[in-house]
Design a protein around this ligand. Structure first.
Ligand code: LLP
Length: 431
């Protein structure tokens, strides 16, 4: 099985986190998101322990909540000792509702609204990741007015594209996120921030991308960041306490994806960083990370009911399910690959090639094209693995389809953590 929390039971049903998927589908209806709490906690622990082992107890591992934002997630990650990266007032609100400590919240985003900034200041969040000059000036003026000094990291872009060969460091200088180092603009940004009375510059931040399976994109970025820190020290006499290298560690969606261990990647990063810090001649900063996908992806699964199985003679087969791009837009957006199972007949042969299509009025509404699948018939439960990240958080009501419920499973026990949306929920704000 692609991940160890997926198995087949005595009656041939798929299990996830020890729970029978067919039983859950009958109990809660479909489409249904599942969350394996044990796996989520294990991912948190693996992340926390490797960060502690290589970067010290002062490095708080952050969870990028855009991957999956709901109250239950904040409760678990707080319980497991992670901080949270949020990108909106909505994520902040949800975290606070779940009792998440404001001081462990890091506020990202390239265009935070004035209202969001004021809300976060009112709530006393730990750190702003300031993206640009306009935000810096607004935040500073507000802190001066309040007589406070806000801890910030400054988002700069090192110009690394993690998906090109590592020698080709050209990508993303023109990104909408942060201020580029290469054009010289990041220097002016830091200089101004250091002058701001209401701002305490704790360090620098960058995020280079997602689905990264080795240390080099991180260490290539760090090399540029640390050389920049050395320039700031030399020319402005300032040293940074923190360098946040962002998120991005990859997960296995299909068998051909590499097997990763966060410990191996973190160890590799740490070894390179020690050399880079020494070369830069700066005081070693605390390194922070903010993983999203790694924490939640394989802790999630989606269950659907197959409604029709269709053959276009001479062309292809379709297996049609009762969800699709409304609960998982990732194939439509990025052509992302997934692994699917017939949860009702989980030991069936992979004897068919089919497109798994959604129910929405859009040709690109598919979970995958030309997928190797088991035989399906109407009424079977189809499970899509590794849907914990960027599925619920990117779901929509296109075609007025209600968002699915989410059920957490632990030691074979199930618990509803997000109710299924109703038609009334969707029409609630309409006058
Ligand atoms: N930090 C920052 C500043 C980010 O922008 C992101 C992701 C992360 C951390 C977490 O990255 P992760 O560890 O999850 O790779 N919707 C896309 C992914 C968008 C990621 C955006 N930023 C997808 O479904 O693949």
């Amino acid at each position: 099985m692609i991940h160890t929390n997926i198995d087949i039971n005595r009656i041939g049903h798929l299990t996830f986190g020890g729970a029978d998927c067919v039983t859950l589908a009958e109990k809660y209806g479909t489409p249904l998101y599942l969350l394996d709490e044990e796996r989520l906690r294990k991912n948190c622990r693996d992340y926390r322990e490797s960060v502690k082992r290589y970067f010290g107890a002062g490095s708080l591992p952050l969870y990028a909540s855009k991957a999956l934002c709901c109250k239950e997630i904040y409760r678990v990650i707080n319980d497991e000792g992670l901080g949270a990266d949020i990108v909106s007032g909505g994520e902040l609100y949800t975290a606070l509702c779940a009792g998440f400590p404001a001081e462990n919240i890091y506020f990202h985003g390239n265009n935070k609204t004035c209202d969001e900034i004021l809300y976060a200041l009112d709530k006393g969040i730990g750190c702003f990741i300031v993206d640009n000059h306009d935000e810096l000036e607004f935040l500073n003026a507000e802190c001066v007015k309040r007589g406070t000094k806000q801890k910030v990291l400054l988002r700069v872009s090192p110009g690394i594209d993690p998906h090109t060969h590592r020698a080709v460091v050209t990508g993303n200088v023109d990104s909408k996120f942060g201020v580029p180092i290469e054009t010289g603009q990041a220097f002016g940004f830091v200089k101004r921030a250091l002058e701001c009375e209401g701002i305490k510059v704790d360090g620098l931040h960058c995020h280079i991308g997602s689905q990264i399976f080795d240390k080099y994109p991180f260490t290539d970025a760090a090399k540029i960041m640390l050389a920049f820190a050395a320039k700031i020290k030399k020319e402005l006499g300032a040293e940074f306490g923190t360098v946040n290298l962002g998120g991005g560690i990859g997960v296995r969606y299909v068998e051909t994806d590499p097997k990763t261990s966060i410990d191996v990647i973190m160890k590799g990063i740490k070894e390179e960083l020690d050399k880079l810090v020494a070369e830069a001649g700066i005081r070693p900063p605390v390194f922070l990370f903010e993983m999203g996908r790694f924490v939640v992806a394989d802790a999630g699964m989606t269950l659907y009911t197959v409604g029709s199985v269709k053959r276009i003679n001479g062309y292809k087969d379709y297996v049609c399910v009762d969800g699709g791009m409304t609960d998982n837009p990732r194939y439509a957006l990025y052509g992302s690959k997934y692994t699917v199972f017939n949860a009702t007949h989980a030991d069936g042969e992979y004897s068919q090639t089919a497109d798994v299509a959604g129910r929405n009025c859009e040709s690109d509404d598919v979970i995958g094209e030309a997928m190797s699948v088991q035989r399906f018939e109407r009424g079977d439960i189809l499970a899509v693995a590794v849907t914990g990240a960027y599925n619920y958080s990117m779901a929509s009501n296109y075609n007025r389809v209600p968002r699915p419920a989410m059920v957490s499973v632990k030691n074979g026990e199930d618990k509803l953590i997000i109710k299924r949306e109703t038609y009334e929920d969707m029409a609630r704000n309409e006058l």
